[in-house]
Design a protein around this ligand. Sequence first.
Ligand code: ATP
Ligand code: MG
Length: 457
Amino acid sequence: MIRRFIQSVFGKRAAKPAPARIYPRSEHGIARERISSCALKVTDTLSGAGYAAFLVGGAVRDLLLGRAPKDFDVATNATPEQVRALFRRSRIIGRRFQIVHVMCGRETIEVTTFRASGNGADEDERPTDEHGRILADNVFGTQAEDAARRDFTINALYYDPAREEITDYHGGVADCRARVIRMIGDPATRYREDPVRMLRAVRFAARLEFSVDRATRAPVAELAPLMGNVPRARMFDEALKLLFSGHALRALHQLRAEGLHHGLLPLLDTILDDTTGERFIHAALANTDARIRADKPASPGFLFASLLWPQVLRRWQAAKEAGEHAMPALFAAADEALEAQREALAIPRRFDGMMKEIWALQPRFEQRGGQRPYRLLEHPRFRAGYDFLLLRAEAGEVAAELADWWTRFQDADETERASMLVRDEASKPRRRRRRKKPSGAGAAEDAADIGTDSAAA
Ligand code: ATP
Ligand code: MG
């Protein structure tokens, strides 16, 4: 009653004022020079037009921690149309909640209008599903409201480049210093609103080497199954961010240590519970982490091929033991493994081509006689197939000698290569080639060239 009265007098959200703390440059130490010129242009233009404009989210957090931000997001009180009108190279994207992409050079700055959130209290009128998951979140709001709807305190900092001040409504600066991931508001409610936040907590903890605050961690074990209600494409995006965070291995160990991997990522359930594939998965994730941290490209297709490989391998071996020929058995195993994960994690089909090619190349690395190694070198996916072979060798799945052979064969000159060929294998392929039907190992080469539709990734 009283709350209703206060709300009716002071407006809907006046009952929950969030006093902000302002940190001047002398206290936060962020140098303007570390901010992209594009982001500065956007905030300068917006404030020049009389709007409020701040850097927000990951960029402010990373700057405060002395890390290089991945990208710069801007929050403003200007509406998307007002933003759009100020920048020639900009476009409005999104239907339900619109944001504006402003382009300068090759950079894109995402500009978002302050959004409101009831933060789970009973004045929250956003539509939810029966578990409390917010289905529509499209009301403009004040800066304080915008801060309250963000996930963690360290992600709710606003940096004003003109005044060089940080505005902090939820103790995010202190949490950055204490290296703590802390949910804004009541953690259980916030996870119910958006279960993906459980995965985000783990991702940030692993990437930043922060701990997760006790109250923030507590409800996760019980609420983890709610992840199942999140649209698959969105789960996939968050999973991708975790796997390509540069700290995937640590994140996954953390998930498992806390018993949280069940239901969080169905793919990971299978992977992490499967001790036979563990060494391989471990090698693959360590490899991806190292590449990301060294700023080298890492392809999702390759990583997914690795994550699913133990399942493919198991199905493949079972089929071979049941008397099927090697290559058809491998293709059937590949299709089954892809189908089995489709329901759960929904790895998009665009990665199928690359995964299948990498898998199908593997038996070809065993053939080291005649023209075959030369033809394999020419295959467009040779490099990916070879990198995959190295992981298998590292995991003890194939002989290190085989991987070494291919390492040397690539660098060798013509005479050396000729001397490396394994003679007694040279005649085998010819015999097999006479078969009419593309079955048995002889079909490997042709079959491995099928499914090259996915040059992307
Ligand atoms: P990264 O460096 O990985 O991009 P980030 O903090 O920028 O980290 P984004 O996923 O890019 O993370 O999101 C940008 C900001 O939007 C976050 O900092 C946070 O304030 C807010 N945000 C993103 N996802 C959520 C969510 N599920 N719930 C609440 N706020 C969110
Ligand atoms: Mg970001």
